[in-house]
Design a binder for this molecule. Structure first.
Ligand SMILES: [Fe+2]
Ligand SMILES: [Fe+2]
Length: 348
C-alpha cells in the first residue's frame, strides 16, 4: 500500500517516514514545499499543527488534489478537543492522538502490528468484563437491599476496563460484552467502554478518563430501584412504566449523594445523564450551559450503547444506524461532540 506523508516540519516528516518505511512504500512532502511529485497513493498520513491558518489552507489544497485517497489519517500530538474537530473538518477518516505509535498506525493501514496477540487480547476483555459485572452486581444488590456500596471495587473495575480499551480497542470490548453479558449489566459495561474510548479519542486528561469510567459505572445505579419486569420488558412501555424508569437518575443520585467517595462531578453525571441541551431531558430539564462536558460525553455514550445492546428479544442495531440516530438528535446533543464521536461509533 503506497502511503503519502505530509508534515509541517522536517523532523516530524522523518519520524513518520522512519516508522512506515519498513513495511510500506512511502512518498512525502513538507507543507508549503514546491514541485512535489505525488504518485499513486492509497493512504494519506498528516502530521501538522492544525491551529495555523497557513497550514489549514495548505492541507486543504493537498487533500483536494488527493481527493480519491480514501484513508486520511491525522496524527495529532496535542490532546485538545479542538484539534480533533479540526482534523475531521479537514476530512480525516481517522485521528490518532498522542505520541507516534507504530502498532496503531500499522493497524490503521490494515497491516498486522508486530507482536499482536489477538487471542490474549480477547481473553483480557473477558476477564475485565467479568470482574466489572461482579462489581456492578454487588453494587445493584447493595442499593436494592439498602446496604452500603463498595465504591472502590466499582472504580477499580472501571479502571480495568479503561486499561483493556486502551490496549485492545473498543471493537473487542463490544463483541465480548454483548456475547457474555445481559440486561442492565451489559448496558453499564458497554457505556463504560464507549465512554472511555470516546474520552481517549477526544484526548481528555487522565483524570477525566477516570471521571468518565466512574460516572459510567455508577450512572444507572438508580435502576436497582426499578422492577426487573419493567427494565427487561420487551416492546413499548406504558406511561406509568416510562415514568417509573425515568425516576432512576434522581434515585441513583439520592443513593450516592451522602457517600464521601463519590465526587460532585460523578454525582452530577448520575443525576443528569438524560438531560438534553434543548431542555427536553429529565429529571431537571437542564439546558445548554448547565450541562457539563463529562455529562455530554456520557449522554452520547449512553444512547449509543443502548442502541447497540444485544437483547434476547431484539438484534443489536448496526453501529452505523445507531450513529445515524445520534446525528438526527439535532439540538439535543452537542453537534461538535457528535461529529467527533463518528470515529468511536464507526471505526474503533
Ligand atoms: Fe440512564
Ligand atoms: Fe444508561
Amino acid at each position: 500500500m503506497p502511503v503519502h506523508v505530509v508534515a509541517d516540519d522536517p523532523a516530524k516528516l522523518i519520524s513518520v517516514r522512519k516508522m512506515l518505511e519498513p513495511r510500506f512504500p512511502v512518498t512525502s512532502e513538507l507543507l508549503g514545499g514546491a514541485g512535489v511529485q505525488r504518485g499513486e497513493v492509497t493512504a494519506l498520513i498528516i502530521r501538522a499543527d492544525l491551529r495555523t491558518l497557513e497550514n489549514i489552507h495548505a492541507l486543504k489544497k493537498i487533500i483536494r488534489a488527493l481527493s480519491k485517497v480514501r484513508k486520511r489519517i491525522f496524527l495529532v500530538d496535542a490532546t485538545a478537543h479542538l484539534h480533533v474537530s479540526q482534523a475531521y473538518a479537514l476530512g480525516a477518516t481517522r485521528v490518532l492522538l498522542g505520541p507516534l505509535n507504530q502498532a496503531k498506525l500499522y493497524a490503521e493501514l490494515g497491516d498486522a502490528a508486530p507482536g499482536t496477540d489477538a487471542a490474549g487480547e480477547a481473553q483480557g476483555a473477558q476477564v475485565a468484563a467479568a470482574v466489572a459485572e461482579a462489581a456492578l452486581a454487588s453494587m445493584f444488590t447493595a442499593v436494592a437491599t439498602g446496604l452500603p456500596i463498595d465504591v472502590q471495587t466499582a472504580k477499580s473495575a472501571g479502571s480495568h476496563i479503561a486499561d483493556c480499551i486502551a490496549e485492545t480497542g473498543l471493537a473487542d470490548w463490544l463483541t465480548t460484552v454483548r456475547r457474555h453479558h445481559e440486561g442492565t449489566y451489559q448496558h453499564c459495561l458497554l457505556v463504560t467502554g464507549v465512554a472511555v474510548d470516546f474520552g481517549l479519542c477526544l484526548g481528555v486528561a487522565k483524570a477525566d478518563v477516570e471521571r468518565l469510567y466512574s460516572a459510567a459505572m455508577f450512572h444507572d445505579v438508580g435502576k436497582a430501584k426499578v422492577p426487573l419486569a419493567i427494565l427487561d420488558k420487551p416492546g413499548k412501555l406504558d406511561d406509568y412504566e416510562r415514568a417509573l424508569i425515568e425516576t432512576h437518575p434522581a434515585a441513583g443520585y439520592d443513593v450516592l449523594k451522602n457517600n464521601g467517595q463519590i465526587s460532585a462531578e460523578i454525582l452530577d453525571a448520575v443525576r443528569h445523564h438524560h438531560e438534553y441541551l434543548d431542555g427536553s431531558g429529565y429529571p431537571d430539564g437542564l439546558c445548554n450551559g448547565s450541562i457539563t462536558d463529562i455529562v455530554r460525553i456520557l449522554t452520547i455514550s449512553d444512547i449509543f450503547a443502548a442502541l447497540i445492546e444485544n437483547r434476547r428479544y431484539k438484534a443489536p442495531m448496526p453501529r452505523e444506524d445507531a450513529y445515524g440516530i445520534l446525528r438526527g438528535m439535532d439540538g439535543k446533543l452537542e453537534k461538535a461532540l457528535v461529529a467527533a464521536f463518528r470515529d468511536v461509533a464507526l471505526k474503533r
